[in-house]
Design a binder for this molecule. Structure first.
Ligand code: GLN
Length: 338
């Protein structure tokens, strides 16, 4: 049949695409329904984040065999913020081993906000690496003979997960640095207890830089797929982290990754994930896929409103829960393409 106009050509292309990928069709449908949800508020603790376009909404899925589906604003850059935390924790594990890292940072979920100044009163450790205290302690663990080497090792680690060089939003970084007094207070408290080294400003700078890295929802899906693929980036084939530490990252993401919503998330969605106040969420279905979402309006706990809604919709069609062993309920890889 010969298409009579651009509109019918578009419809035909749309049909061919969705026939080739039931998952793409599903994602497009969910995306278009959720896009009208304008609930939530932009992060406003620094002016740069409150100036972001609130309508942006991108969704991406990358499989462990390197296929990807991107829907909406999947190439819109945003700062990854707390999404960076599990990955830097992983670098700390590689640099020092599990025992040493666990002597400095706990793995206990805490029902407090991500920027809580409270440490575990018995061990003096930050409760876990997904709150700011634990993330600053993770940044402290990055090895290098000087500051420049520590920064470049951190950025190179992110490059391996992204599959391309990473860039920092310099105005977000400058703002984080100028206004980060609470993070500075947390760092001083940890120094008081001997949990981090005295090079506080250097370590905070590393932390502010990791928060200011620019990513897209596609990048987050590739990072998630790298963890789903036991540490090897499925697009580049490069190893991003030693396979033996992947489960450490996934466990803390599962227990602590969604701020003080983590327990609800684990129960309802059932997969390791991490969100950031820039509006990103990275999630991992081990052995199958990584999922990245970006939409900047946040709920009161700091999670992307549309991001959370997206996962709630997705699990109506695919059981992703890591404790659900019924493979017939999770045909997400099969639905990538026919
Ligand atoms: N830069 C923010 C902070 O340090 C990151 C917080 C977040 O994404 N939860 O507070």
């Amino acid at each position: 049949m010969k298409p009579s106009s651009d509109a019918s050509l578009d419809a035909l292309i749309g049909k061919m695409r969705s026939a080739a990928s039931p998952l793409r069709e599903r994602l497009m449908d969910i995306h278009s329904r959720i896009k009208s949800n304008a609930d939530g508020k932009l992060a406003c603790y620094i002016p740069e984040l409150s100036r972001v376009d609130p309508n942006l909404f991108g969704v991406s899925i990358v499989s462990v065999d390197g296929r990807s589906i991107d829907v909406g604003d999947a190439d819109a850059p945003f700062t990854i913020q707390s999404v960076s935390k599990p990955f830097v924790f992983g670098l700390g594990l590689e640099d020092h081993g599990r025992d040493y890292v666990l002597s400095k940072i706990g793995v206990q979920p805490v029902g407090e906000a991500f920027n809580t100044v409270v440490l575990d009163e018995v061990s003096n450790r930050p409760y876990n690496p997904m709150i700011n205290a634990g993330a600053i302690a993770s940044a402290d663990l990055i090895q290098g003979s000087n500051y420049a080497e520590r920064v470049s090792r951190m950025l190179d680690m992110f490059r391996r997960y992204f599959g391309h060089p990473v860039h920092i939003d310099s105005s977000v970084y400058a703002s984080e640095r100028t206004t980060g007094h609470r993070n500075r207070a947390i760092a001083h408290l940890m120094l008081n207890f001997g949990m981090i080294e005295p090079r506080i400003e250097e370590t905070l700078d590393l932390y502010f830089q990791q928060c200011s890295i620019l990513a897209t929802s596609h990048d987050l899906a590739v990072m998630g797929a790298t963890l789903a693929n036991r540490g090897v980036n499925p697009i580049t084939g490069e190893r991003a982290i030693d396979a033996c530490y992947v489960k450490d990252l996934l466990s803390v993401m599962y227990n602590c990754g969604m701020y003080d919503f983590a327990g609800e998330w684990g129960y309802r969605i059932g997969i390791p994930a991490k969100s950031g106040v820039g509006g990103g969420i990275v999630a991992v279905v081990p052995g199958k896929i990584g999922i990245g979402t970006f939409s900047p309006k946040l709920d009161p706990k700091g999670n992307s409103v549309r991001g959370i809604q997206f996962f709630n919709e997705l699990i109506k069609h695919y059981s992703l829960n890591v404790f659900d062993r019924d493979e017939d309920q999770c045909l997400i890889l099969e639905h990538f393409s026919k």
